[in-house]
Design a binder for this molecule. Structure first.
Ligand SMILES: [Zn+2]
Length: 418
């Protein structure tokens, strides 16, 4: 059987059904739209349930065995020699608020399309193939992001994962029960031999440099902090500058510091202050309190740590100068992840075989694959994002690029299955 299988692979030009993949992306992307047409499927929501139901029906149509684990991760398994560890292919189907249709869904549905192409051919896998959709990758409703895959690999204990408190006051575990997706399968019951994730780039590099495929070898590290500055509220007109303990001014200095540090480092370091609240928040009162978030990223762990130390030193300096109290609380911290070089090479070879231009690259965003890399060889395939836009309804990748990426996934899967 093995010989028949491998000779079939070499002689038949096997491809996924591209139009079927595109139709499904649009269909899944139609689930969770409000009256204004905006797409939102937050983890554990009614809309998430509808999306999950549709995915499960497609997995079942492909005669995959569907299982759901205790944090709601969905697996569709093509059963084969149970003595061998499976090849896992996946991503997520939860979305951000007012999302595009490709982020996450593209990877899950392409994995399914690859399995369907293999089944159509009469392929007999030598090891099981698992299509995975991980819970709460986006982290919009529940923290941390990539929660399902993190719990799956043992990086987050079950009670913490299920106890995650939502931005809307809900608890993830209760919501999973409510929508019927708190499964019974133990975390990590499936131990993959390797993991592949196909995803839109969500950045401008492939398009700008005219590459069709990215073979992702590094995911940059992420450091999230919440910073609270306590100053003294006082009259905006009567308080001389030298007498102020202005939390707003201190916050502004920190925002400027972050930009200047990242700029002058002339490294890939990036820093973002994405939220900020002033209290009491009046035009004629010196701010007593400012709360804001800091997002630092870098592909190199030492540089990321240097950035964190530099921020910490600057916070101490500005607290002393302005005589305010500044507290920093860590919200999330993921080290940079290097993917498996063999799997990255497999992706490069698959792209070359399809005559698709390919470059190695770093992922600026976090992905489930970085969690899976803790327990098995893993890597990611990127396709271009038009204008580098994602987490936005304008997210777009050309249909032929989507299909090419799915075929590179298919060929990479075949290589890893051998
Ligand atoms: Zn994603």
């Amino acid at each position: 059987m093995q010989n028949t299988t491998s000779s079939m692979q070499d002689t038949v030009a096997l491809s996924i059904d591209g139009s079927h993949l595109l139709e499904r992306l649009i269909e899944l992307g139609s689930i969770g739209r409000n009256e204004a047409g905006s797409l939102t499927r937050l983890a554990g929501s009614d809309q998430d349930k509808q999306g999950r139901d549709r995915l499960v029906s497609w997995l079942q149509d492909a005669e995959l065995t569907v299982s759901v684990d205790v944090v709601g991760n969905i697996f569709g398994t093509w059963e084969a020699d149970a003595q061998r560890r499976p090849l896992m292919v996946g991503s997520h189907i939860d979305t951000v608020i007012d999302a595009g249709i490709y982020d996450g869904c593209y990877g899950v549905l392409s994995g399914l399309a690859a399995v369907e192409a293999l089944k159509l051919l009469g392929y007999v896998p030598l090891r099981p193939i698992v299509i995975a959709a991980f819970t709460n990758e986006e982290g919009v409703r529940y923290q941390p992001d990539m929660l399902g895959s993190l719990a799956f690999v043992g990086g987050l204990d079950l009670s913490t994962a299920l106890g995650a408190a939502g931005t809307d006051g809900t608890v993830l575990g209760n919501e999973l029960i409510r929508i019927g997706y708190k499964g019974s399968q133990a975390l990590g019951a499936v131990r993959p031999a390797a993991y592949l994730e196909l995803h839109i780039e969500q950045g401008p590099v492939l398009e700008a440099e005219d590459f069709s495929i990215g073979a992702v070898e590094v995911v940059q590290g992420i450091s999230w902090q919440k910073i609270v500055i306590d100053g003294v509220a006082n009259h905006a007109g009567t308080t001389p500058i030298s007498h102020r303990h202005d939390a707003g001014y201190a916050a502004a200095r920190i925002v400027s510091f972050l930009r200047e540090y990242a700029f002058h480092a002339k490294k890939p370091s990036v820093a973002t202050v994405g939220t900020m609240q002033f209290e009491p928040g009046a035009i004629n009162i010196i701010p007593a309190k400012v709360t804001f978030t800091v997002d630092l990223r870098d592909p190199d762990e030492i540089r990321l740590r240097d950035f964190e130390f530099a921020l910490d030193r600057f916070i101490q300096k500005i607290a002393a100068e302005e005589q305010v109290t500044i507290k920093a609380e860590r919200l999330a911290r993921f080290d940079p992840v290097s993917f498996d070089q063999t799997v990255v090479s497999v992706i490069e070879a698959a792209a070359a075989k399809r005559e698709k231009s390919c470059r190695r690259m770093t992922s600026g965003a976090g992905h489930d694959a970085q969690m899976l890399a803790r327990i098995c060889p893993a890597a990611m395939i990127f396709v271009p994002s038009r204008n580098g836009i994602s987490h936005n309804p304008l997210e777009f990748t050309e249909p032929e690029q989507l299909i090419a990426g799915a075929n590179v996934l298919l060929d990479s899967m075949l290589s890893l299955l051998r």
